[in-house]
Design a protein around this ligand. Structure first.
Ligand code: FRU
Length: 614
């Protein structure tokens, strides 16, 4: 026995000796290649982070994080093969005092170990106590919420608690394309400035963390504590299941419920949105039955046991894509005592201008089921919340006081979100908006969206104030602010009078333009970004979007927010909202006004420069 052991030991020493010959010492790590597609990165120094070298369009590698021999996590990262575009930090603090090894599986496509060793990532791993998240990108918005780094999609788990707006979001901390979904977490006290925190939810044995909602359990019906913030989200692995996590510190940190998942189905369903139903004394939940293109409604006494109550949507509304990210709430109708229910139903693809968009249904909710209003022909009309290309996954904050229904959306489109010309981060959220309802001449109820009132505090200087300007064929030009890359807010009260159309053109020194045209004959506003700057990263990006104005008197009061890579256009009373990304190579510096068919009048034009939120 003794002899055998000795032989065994010496073989081990021999092997280690050979391995060490091939190992390369680099900045706190040792790299050991095990074959054409398998490499070990051993951490040899104590530090807060391991910086992973990423190539944005690189191939995906599976990185298994092993501490003291136990697999702790597995992430997918595009480790750099020919060039390092940026690094992302892997937090090592949970493994302090342990021996950490990354067991990495790379592409199968290498012919030899020699070839696999050429990948630049192996020379560029390093252990560090800091990660520099300073923004260096020209297209990072100056007054919109963005993640510090990494990829973001849907807003999640939004709740207002103790005067704090919590905003979680689908976040990939390990690269600027979709993967490794966690709930990133930011908070704000004014809906303008955002503080970034550790992720609220990390993947666990049930899967990565997809979209969901948070609600305050005022009555402690789930038993997590009075006023606990309870998050319900989709655990996504081979299948999708619904899980709970709760916070007893006001929504700052979460504990996952040991009894997860709390709701399973035999088909794909995701993005749970729950709320307390005061009348019936129960929790309600709307869940997207994604591929069936319908919404499922459930009820529960305690958020843990759910009973299916009804389904809505089969063959109704836009059906050209999967249904995702639902929300249901009641809203007052402007100028009346009436109230109606609104069901948000994000759809991808199948939006009015291709790709993703937010459709909604107005109707009645009796505590069990939702019934949509019909038009004069008895059909359920398709309605869109925003007529731009970059408004998706919009849902509302829960528990906002004063009857407000505040929403925020992901300001991108699945058609090209992963290709937009940014690097350290991808995607911003829209400005927060307040929802209302109005009844139009066709007897239908429509959603109104207006920028949240808090946003007025962004205004810096009033740069232009023009009254009574007659606009005709001859172009009238107005300078736009130049500070902070020209970020600004434009308020424009106009009356088409004899004009058939009025065009507002934003242009820069590179002759890049965005044309926004009010067609007074069709009562439509269009937004043309085909020549807006960089547009060639996707054939789906150059586009013209068109929105109905829901007005007929030729008068339009526009409010336009221009950030470094986005333009949001609203009608003052919220009857029109249009959100579009733009990537001008230089800031738009001029606004040109022109009218066709006769003279129009601008009653008032005000332009504010805005402050950055950094
Ligand atoms: C919508 C969506 C959700 C899903 C999440 C995954 O954009 O597809 O349905 O939960 O993104 O990141």
């Amino acid at each position: 026995m003794k002899k055998v052991k000795k032989v065994g030991m010496s073989i081990a020493w021999f092997c280690l000796g050979t391995l060490m010959l091939h190992a390369q010492e680099r900045k706190g790590v040792t790299i050991e290649h095990l074959g054409t597609n398998n490499t070990l990165v051993r951490i040899t120094e104590v530090g807060k982070y391991l910086l992973l070298p990423i190539q944005d369009n690189g191939e995906e590698a599976t990185v298994n994080i092993v501490a003291d021999g136990k697999q702790e996590r597995s992430i997918v990262a595009r480790l750099a093969t020919s060039k390092v575009d940026y690094t992302v930090p892997l937090d090592l603090t949970p493994y302090r005092g342990k021996q950490v090894v990354l067991n990495i599986l790379t592409t199968q496509g290498r012919n030899s170990v020699r070839e696999a060793k050429q990948d630049v990532c192996w020379k560029n791993f390093s252990v560090s106590d800091t990660y520099d998240a300073t923004n260096r990108e020209k297209y990072r918005p100056a007054f919109h919420h963005t993640p510090l780094y990494g990829w973001m999609n849907d807003p999640n788990g939004m709740v207002y608690k103790d005067s704090v707006w919590h905003l979680c979001y689908q976040w990939n901390p390990y690269g600027s394309k979709w993967q490794n979904m966690t709930w990133g977490h930011s908070t704000s006290r004014d809906l303008i400035h955002w503080e970034h925190h550790e992720p609220a939810l990390l993947p666990d044995g049930l899967g990565t963390i997809f979209s969901g909602s948070s609600a305050i359990d005022h009555a402690n019906s789930a038993g997590f504590g009075k006023d606990a913030v309870v998050a319900m989200y989709t655990s996504a692995a081979a299948s999708q299941m619904q899980s709970l996590a709760y916070s007893t510190d006001g929504g700052h940190t979460f504990t996952t419920y040991p009894g997860n998942p709390v709701l399973t189905l035999e088909s794909e369903a995701r993005d749970p949105n729950m709320w307390w139903n005061e009348k019936q004394g129960q929790w309600n939940l709307v869940l997207a039955h994604a591929l069936e293109k319908e919404m499922l409604f459930f009820a529960s006494p305690d958020m843990k046991k759910w009973t299916l109550q009804s389904r809505f949507g089969k063959d109704l509304g836009a059906q050209d894509g999967v249904w995702e990210c639902p929300d249901l709430f009641e809203l007052p109708v402007a100028g009346s005592d009436e109230k109606r229910w609104v069901l948000l139903c994000n759809i991808n693809p199948g939006g009015p201008f291709g790709g993703s968009a937010t459709q909604y249904f107005v109707g009645e909710w009796d505590g069990r089921s939702f019934k949509a209003d019909t038009d004069a022909q008895g059909n359920v009309p398709t309605k869109w919340m925003d007529y731009g290309k970059d408004h998706y996954a919009t849902v509302s904050w829960s528990d906002v006081p004063d009857g407000r229904r505040t929403v925020i959306g992901w300001m991108s489109n699945w058609q090209y979100a992963a290709e937009v010309p940014t690097l350290q981060f991808r995607s911003a959220n829209t400005l927060p908006r307040e929802l209302g309802l109005f009844k139009d001449a066709d007897g239908q109820y429509y959603l109104s969206s207006t920028p949240s009132p808090e946003l007025e505090a962004l205004r810096d200087k009033r740069m232009q104030y023009i009254r009574q300007l007659s606009v005709g064929k001859r172009a009238r030009t107005v300078a736009l602010p130049t500070q902070n890359d020209g970020i600004c807010e434009i308020l424009l009260e106009m009356d088409a009078r004899r004009a058939t159309s009025i065009t507002l053109t934003l242009s820069n020194k590179a002759d890049e333009t965005v044309a926004m045209t009010y067609d007074a004959t069709k009562n439509e506003v269009s937004f043309d970004r085909t020549r807006s700057g960089i547009t060639d990263f996707s054939q789906d990006f150059p586009s013209v979007t068109v929105a109905p104005t829901h007005t007929t008197d030729g008068k339009l009061n526009l409010r336009i927010f221009i950030d470094r890579s986005s333009i949001e256009l609203f009608e003052q009373n919220g009857r029109l909202a249009m959100t579009n990304l733009v990537f001008p190579t230089a800031p738009y510096s001029t606004l040109t006004l022109q009218a066709e068919g006769g003279n129009a009048r601008v009653n008032k034009l005000t332009i504010y420069s805005l402050q950055t939120i950094f």
